[in-house]
Design a protein around this ligand. Structure first.
Ligand code: AVI
Length: 321
C-alpha cells in the first residue's frame, strides 16, 4: 500500500494573540463597533460553522455540494491529470472530496486554513481516505500574505475557494484578494463558489436558523474574547441579529447589546448603550454578471459557470485572463 503523507504544518500559527487583541480593541473603540469575522473560527467556532452547514435553512452548503457533484467531472477534464489542489479556507474539507475524487490522479492537496487544530484533523482524515495523495496542510490566514510550497513542476495547479467565503470580503477587497491570488499563487485555474442574490426571505432564514446555531456561532466570538483577552462579556446581555440589506447586496450580522453596560477587554473599559450593536460579519451576494465583472477586474476570466435549478448558488471556473 502506498505511504500516507500528512507532512508537518507549513507555517507556525499566523494569528498571534497580539494581532487579535489589537484588532478587537480597534474594532470596539470605533464609533461604530465591529469585529473581524475571521476571528469566528477558533476550534468551537469552526465546529459551530460545520453545524450551521447542516441546518435546513442554510442552503449554500447542500446546494453547492449538488452543483459540485454535477460539474466535478467536467472540471477534472478541463484541469488535466496529476493536478495539485489548493483549497483556501478548507475547514472540514467536505466538498474537497468531491473534487479530489473527480480529478485524475491528483498529486497533492494543500489545504490552507487559519484554525490549526481543525486543519490538522481534517487533513489527517483526508490522507486516510486518499492514500496516494500527498496532503500538506498550510496553517495561514489567507487574507494576509502567506507562502505556499513551490508548485510541482509541470503539474497543473487548481485553486478551490468554495462556500462563498469571497462574500465575506467587501467587494473592493474581494477584487484585490482575487487579483492577488491570480498574481501570486501561480494557479492555472480557480474553482469558486459564490452565493447568488435572491428572495430576502430565503436569505434571512439562512442566517437565523430555528435551532439557534448561527446565533451561537456569532456569540461565540464574545466567548473567545472573554477566554483569550481577559474580557468579561455577559453573553446573556447580547443578542444575535442578522438580515439582508438589499441596497448593499449583503447579509449583515450583528451582536446587539440588550442594556447599557460596560465591558472589560484586555484592561480597557468599553461602554455599550442599550441597543448598540457590534457589526460582526458581511456576507455579500452576487448575480452572475456582477461576479463576472468582479473577476474581470481581478484579471480572472470566467470560462464556465454552473447554477442549481432554483438559481440559489453558483460555481465558476476562472482562468487567468
Ligand atoms: C463562511 N461564510 C461564507 C459564511 C457566510 O454565509 O457568510 C459564514 C456564515 N455566517 C453565518 N452563517 C454562515
Amino acid at each position: 500500500m502506498a505511504k500516507q503523507t500528512t507532512e508537518a504544518q507549513w507555517l507556525a500559527d499566523p494569528a498571534p494573540q497580539i494581532e487579535f487583541q489589537r484588532s478587537v480593541l480597534r474594532g470596539l473603540s470605533a464609533p461604530r463597533k465591529s469585529l473581524e469575522c475571521k476571528y469566528f473560527y477558533d476550534e468551537r467556532g469552526s465546529a459551530l460553522f460545520d453545524e450551521i452547514c447542516r441546518q435546513p435553512e442554510y442552503y449554500p452548503t447542500a446546494v453547492e455540494t449538488g452543483i459540485l457533484e454535477h460539474c466535478a467531472a467536467g472540471v477534472a477534464d478541463l484541469t488535466g491529470p496529476g493536478a495539485e489542489l489548493v483549497e483556501l479556507g478548507s475547514g472540514a474539507s467536505l466538498k474537497t472530496r468531491i473534487v479530489l475524487r473527480a480529478l485524475q490522479r491528483p498529486a497533492r492537496y494543500l489545504p490552507v486554513d487559519i484554525s490549526a487544530e481543525y486543519l490538522q484533523a481534517a487533513a489527517a482524515s483526508l490522507a486516510d481516505e486518499f492514500p496516494d495523495l500527498k496532503v500538506r496542510p498550510v496553517v495561514a490566514d489567507f487574507t494576509a500574505p502567506f507562502r505556499l510550497p513551490a508548485r510541482i513542476s509541470g503539474q497543473p495547479r487548481l485553486l478551490f475557494f468554495p462556500g462563498s467565503t469571497i462574500g465575506n470580503f467587501h467587494p473592493r477587497d474581494a477584487a484585490q484578494f482575487l487579483g492577488k491570488t491570480c498574481r501570486e499563487l501561480s494557479a492555472d485555474a480557480m474553482l469558486i463558489g459564490v452565493d447568488l442574490k435572491k428572495d430576502r426571505a430565503v436569505l434571512d432564514a439562512a442566517y437565523n436558523d430555528a435551532a439557534g446555531v448561527t446565533a451561537a456561532f456569532n456569540l461565540n466570538l464574545l466567548e473567545r474574547i472573554n477566554r483569550e483577552l481577559d474580557a468579561n462579556f455577559d453573553l446573556d446581555a447580547f443578542e444575535h441579529r442578522a438580515g439582508y440589506v438589499e441596497r448593499r447586496g449583503r447579509i449583515e450580522m450583528h451582536l446587539r447589546s440588550l442594556r447599557d453596560q460596560e465591558v472589560r477587554v484586555a484592561g480597557r473599559k468599553i461602554h455599550f448603550a442599550a441597543g448598540e450593536s457590534i457589526h460582526t460579519e458581511n456576507s455579500y451576494k452576487y448575480s452572475v454578471d456582477e461576479f463576472r465583472e468582479l473577476a474581470a477586474r481581478s484579471r480572472w476570466q470566467m470560462t464556465h459557470s454552473w447554477l442549481d435549478e432554483r438559481a440559489l448558488f453558483s460555481v465558476y471556473l476562472l482562468k487567468p485572463a
